[in-house]
Design a protein around this ligand. Structure first.
Ligand code: SF4
Length: 455
């Protein structure tokens, strides 16, 4: 892909807080008055549609130690019994939720995220999968995925997770440079990553993927270039290249990050542009905002055919209409509502010990939310927006939003082609900014420190 020409003024202008739009409306908009009763109603709405397949996300928050840069809901522990107690609570949550959904619903997408899912020992992982198998009919031909930390991974683990039915795995890498790793509190020799990657390949995972992060301290184009080349050399099926958001006020662990080495916004832009160029030159398609997939990967095929979808677990070709979240801080998207469980481990466990579902916030989507959500998803996934999305609705506010997107044609971010707004190569770097024009809530929430930086 040819490099785009971008000015410092453009970078300055677009470098403002913005959501990643894994949901619309975004989490800060959701209300704490959405309670257990509202959640039970949403689950009942799912039960009334027994043919809908489910996606299930399980949040496993434990890690051997907390990385300084981490933006996840994670907690460090050295004790197996802490994990056992947590699994007791997840079992309790499942025992309440699963019957409300109906008899052993079919699951076509299962994702264990964290935290570090492979922090669980074999007995714990077997127990959790057993609980899920008892509650649901999990389609082993579906996407059964987990995230693994190579620092604690092994060939034995890779083999074990295959026996549980996992067929997809993402390995956290971030950056291979020792100085960068020291600055973010995550020492991970590349040999560890390469060894686990090879083991996962040997075990026959159908998709072995790597996660990188740009915008970390001491990353330069030259150093990050080595990380990109090392990642490409392993030939993962997919790569994610996430933007680091340094928000130490909202994430106190990030106070340990050596912020003096953070790249400027201009360098950060160059780092990502370099990733785009190297990955596309190596045979990967750029997917949506920050993902890359081999040209024959089903994600790339779906992107070319404009049938890509996006949910809290990322880009997917197989959207299930109902996403159930289990575990602390997990997010559900079901029955026309978004819902989030308690993100504090103690309160999550207390609520379940008392027989309550630990819901802290949620949102029932209005018609306007659905229309804007569809438009944002279309833009994020397919890099275009059919004008009919807005104009058929005859909704003045939506028409204004669309006009705001079209106004970016002057800067070369979009083009209007017939009945569609099409995102240009330059516009892809500012996709969030384009989506923000469609966000009816943003002006009310823009000052909240929950968003990560655009670049
Ligand atoms: S970055 Fe990953 S391994 Fe590190 S603390 Fe966060 S969740 Fe755990």
């Amino acid at each position: 892909m040819e490099p785009v020409r971008v000015t410092r003024e453009q970078i300055d202008y677009y470098n403002r807080p913005g959501p990643r739009y894994t949901s619309y409306p975004t989490v800060p908009v959701w209300s704490t008055s959405f309670d257990e009763r509202a959640y039970r109603e949403a689950l009942a709405a799912v039960a009334a549609r027994p043919a809908d397949p489910l996606s299930v996300y399980v949040h496993l928050p434990f890690c051997a130690e907390r990385c300084a840069y981490c933006g996840c809901n994670a907690t460090a522990t050295k004790h197996d019994h802490v994990v056992d107690t947590y699994l007791d609570r997840v079992e309790r949550e499942l025992s309440i939720v699963a019957p409300l959904l109906g008899e052993r619903r079919r699951v076509v997408q299962l994702h264990w995220g964290g935290g570090t899912p492979n922090f669980l020992n074999e007995a714990q992982a077997r127990r959790l999968m057993g609980l899920l198998d008892a509650a649901f009919a999990i389609d082993r031909e579906g996407e059964i995925a987990l995230e693994m930390d190579p620092r604690i991974g092994s060939a034995e683990q890779a083999a074990f997770y295959r026996t549980l039915g996992f067929n997809r795995v993402s390995l956290g890498v971030q950056d291979i440079n020792p100085q960068v790793q020291a600055a973010i509190g995550r020492i991970q020799p590349f040999e560890q990553t390469a060894a686990l990657f090879a083991a996962c390949r040997a075990e026959g995972f159908s998709s072995v993927n790597l996660d990188l992060v740009y915008g970390l301290p001491y990353q330069t184009e030259e150093r990050f270039g080595h990380t990109l080349d090392a990642a490409i050399a392993l030939r993962p099926d997919r790569l994610a290249c996430f933007s680091y958001a340094h928000l130490p006020q909202a994430r106190p662990n990030q106070k340990r990050v050596d912020a003096s080495g953070l790249p400027t916004p201009y360098t950060k832009f160059a780092l990502f542009q370099q990733a785009v160029q190297r990955f596309t030159a190596a045979g990967y398609d750029w997917i949506g905002m920050d993902h890359f997939a081999l040209a024959d990967d089903e994600l790339s095929v779906a992107a070319r055919e404009k049938r890509l979808h996006r949910n809290f677990m990322g880009y997917t070709t197989r959207p299930a209409p109902q996403l159930l979240g289990l575990g602390m801080s997990a997010i559900g998207d079901l029955g026309g509502c978004f819902v989030q469980t308690e993100a504090h481990l103690g309160r999550y466990e207390q609520a379940l010990a008392a027989g309550q579902l630990p819901i802290v916030r949620g949102h029932r989507l209005s018609e306007d939310d659905r229309r804007r959500r569809a438009a944002i998803t279309h833009l994020m996934c397919n890099l275009e927006l059919p004008l009919s999305t807005a104009l058929d609705a005859g909704d003045e506010a939506m028409v204004e939003s669309i006009e705001r997107v079209i106004a970016h044609a002057d800067e070369g971010l979009v083009e209007v082609a017939g009945e569609r707004i099409v995102v240009t190569d330059l516009g892809r770097y500012f996709l969030r900014n384009l989506c923000m024009e469609l966000d009816a809530y943003l002006k009310h929430t823009a000052d909240r420190p929950l968003f990560s930086k655009t670049i």
